[in-house]
Design a protein around this ligand. Structure first.
Ligand code: FES
Ligand code: FE2
Length: 340
């Protein structure tokens, strides 16, 4: 049974999705962003502010709302600073406990600890859960299946979509649209709607392997060990990882903002195989990967934004086809989380 169209645009549904899905765990960013003490990333999930940071040597996430008069403790975005509110300098320790409140009177402070969220690192990726505990092996099955091994990050961008988060998920879970949306990107590389694709599933997560015989041999001659296949993993609810040709890794994730607005953040890294190549080869592959990814995401963004305009007026749910099997698996997973 597919998801009802109203779930793609009603704000009340996003609230319920926060409670039932996102509050139970989501990907927040690469561990490399939190290398130094006090490195932080402050962001919103379904409108709720959080900050993930390295504090006391460990990765921690707090609700990013000052206990004094509710200013954001960390400003939005990434940086490095102590966990101290910019308004009246209330300062919090590594556990989120109020450590200093200049000129304040003890008797006037009832709440002293920022709400903390379970935070785990898996293969260089950081996940957090505002409610409940995350398993230390979150997403491990799917990440192992695509041979995910993080290398040196070399590029990052964000892209706002005027679309519901589920449309972003659905779009990356099928290769059906490749020949029609990506004529100028995937198709010239030999990957199309007709490419042979093998799926695998790991609980709520799933993987896809697209075999590309077209220019695999040529790539392999240039860089022994390289190929032209495309491996993709989806870790429910908000993480996508792909590895292209064994050379370039792509990690993207979204944070829902509103029912009809989703922020996508993407970054690229060199696999150990690419990192072992000569400088000019690495530079060539990196430049190509940035241009290619930008093009693909811009092509997808157009249809996603247009689908959001359409779905509000759909007269029934999606009419999923056998080639959209992975998408059906997402719908079943979603409905299970929403109606336990
Ligand atoms: S609001 Fe944070 S210190 Fe006043
Ligand atoms: Fe696409």
């Amino acid at each position: 049974m597919p998801i009802e169209p109203s779930a793609y645009w009603q704000d009340a549904v996003l609230e319920e999705e926060y409670r039932r899905i996102f509050a139970r765990g989501l990907y927040v960013g690469a561990a490399a962003h939190f290398a130094q003490e006090d490195d932080f990333d402050s962001y919103a999930v379904c409108g709720r502010p959080f900050t993930t940071r390295r504090a006391g040597g460990a990765l921690r996430t707090f609700e990013n709302v000052c206990l004094h008069r509710a200013n954001l403790v960390d400003p939005p975005g990434r940086g490095n600073r102590p966990l101290r509110c910019a308004y009246h300098a209330w300062q919090y320790d590594a556990d989120g406990l109020l450590a200093r409140a200049p000129m304040a009177q003890d008797a006037c402070i009832a709440r002293r600890r920022l709400q903390a969220c379970s935070t785990v690192e898996q293969s260089g990726l950081v996940f957090m859960a505002p409610e409940g505990e995350l398993a230390a092996t979150h997403g491990a099955g799917a990440l192992d299946q695509v041979g995910f091994e993080v290398g040196a990050w070399f590029h990052a961008e964000t892209l706002e979509h005027a679309a519901n988060w589920k449309l972003l998920v659905e779009n990356v879970l099928e290769s059906y649209h490749l020949s029609f949306v990506h004529q100028d990107s995937f198709v010239p590389t030999g990957i199309s709607s007709a490419s042979r694709a093998t799926e695998s599933r790991f609980g709520d997560d799933s993987c896809l392997h697209i075999a590309n015989r077209n220019d695999g041999a040529a790539k392999g001659r240039l860089i022994p060990g390289a190929h032209a296949d495309y491996l993709h993993a989806y870790v429910f609810p908000n993480l996508f990882v792909s590895v292209t040709g064994g050379l370039v890794g792509f990690v993207s994730h979204f944070k829902p903002q509103q029912a009809g607005s989703t922020l996508l953040e993407w970054s690229l890294f060199e696999t150990p195989l690419l990192a072992a190549q000569k400088g000019p080869v690495r530079q060539y592959v990196r430049q190509n990967a940035v241009a290619f990814t930008r093009r693909v995401l811009a092509e997808d963004q157009v249809v996603l934004n247009h689908s959001q305009l359409g779905i509000r007026h759909a007269r029934g749910p999606h009419q999923l086809q056998p080639v959209e099997d992975r998408l059906a698996h997402f719908h079943a997973t979603y409905l299970r989380w929403m109606n336990p």
